[in-house]
Design a protein around this ligand. Structure first.
Ligand code: SF4
Length: 229
């Protein structure tokens, strides 16, 4: 099997398995750029359920930059309380909305360069906003799941650390048609199978295709990340 064939087979199996997996929180905001941007910012270092709870509470109060600016600081703070760093993120919500209204006529811009100029919006959230909000898939969103699993599968060298560099490395090995869903597939696969500390290698449907880089068998049929040994 060539490397290209291995990659295609990995994707085919994950795509098949994903049919039974739940959607990720940001999937709720497909083709809604404003919600995708705000929910993406709220999602930093926060679990999916908490992000969704905060985003839904916030959007129940206001779902446009103009309406968001009519809310009090306390209303925004209470709505986003479920996420980590909620006090900072509550401020970012207002700052993002202010800038959207003042500079962009209330319309979310659709370029990476513009998006990363917003407070609280880094490269990852900007890519996520383009993907979820606009359906633009020029890059692959890199989060902890994409980082970990892509390296275990031998698609990216373990020495590559920065999300933007991991994105570039992945784009060299994954056909473009795979870029759009790679992140959401990895999030679900990372929760269900290729878990951070104890990957479920013994029952993994990719076992025969995976070099298990950075994973060791600590007991028969029991696998652990080298990072947690
Ligand atoms: S075999 Fe193990 S390391 Fe490889 S993808 Fe499956 S769970 Fe992850």
């Amino acid at each position: 099997m060539t490397e290209a064939e291995r990659v295609r087979e990995i994707y085919k199996r994950i795509e098949q398995a994903a049919k039974d997996w739940p959607t990720t929180s940001l999937d709720y905001f497909q083709e809604e750029p404003f919600k995708a941007l705000i929910a993406g910012m709220l999602s930093a270092q926060t679990r999916e359920e908490q992000t969704l709870a905060a985003a839904q509470a916030l959007f129940a109060l206001a779902d446009s930059p103009d309406d968001m600016l009519k809310l009090t600081d306390e209303q925004i703070l209470q709505a986003v309380r479920p996420v980590s760093y909620f006090q900072s993120k509550a401020k970012y919500v207002r700052e993002i909305c202010q800038r959207l209204v003042e500079v962009y006529d209330g319309v979310v811009p659709h370029t990476l360069d513009d998006l990363i100029t917003f407070r609280g919006v880094g490269w990852k959230v900007a890519v996520l906003t383009l993907q979820v909000g606009f359906g633009i898939h020029d890059d692959i969103t890199v989060d902890v799941h994409v980082n970990r699993i892509s390296k275990r599968l031998g698609l990216v060298a373990p020495s590559v650390k920065q999300p933007a560099k991991i994105n570039e490395a992945l784009k060299l090995v994954l056909p473009r048609a795979f870029w759009a869903h790679w992140n959401s597939y990895m999030v679900q696969f990372g929760r269900e199978v290729c878990k951070p500390t104890y990957p479920q290698c013994a029952s993994c449907f990719l076992r025969d295709l995976c070099p298990q880089i950075g994973v060791v068998e600590v007991a028969p049929g029991r696998f652990k990340s080298e990072a947690y040994l």
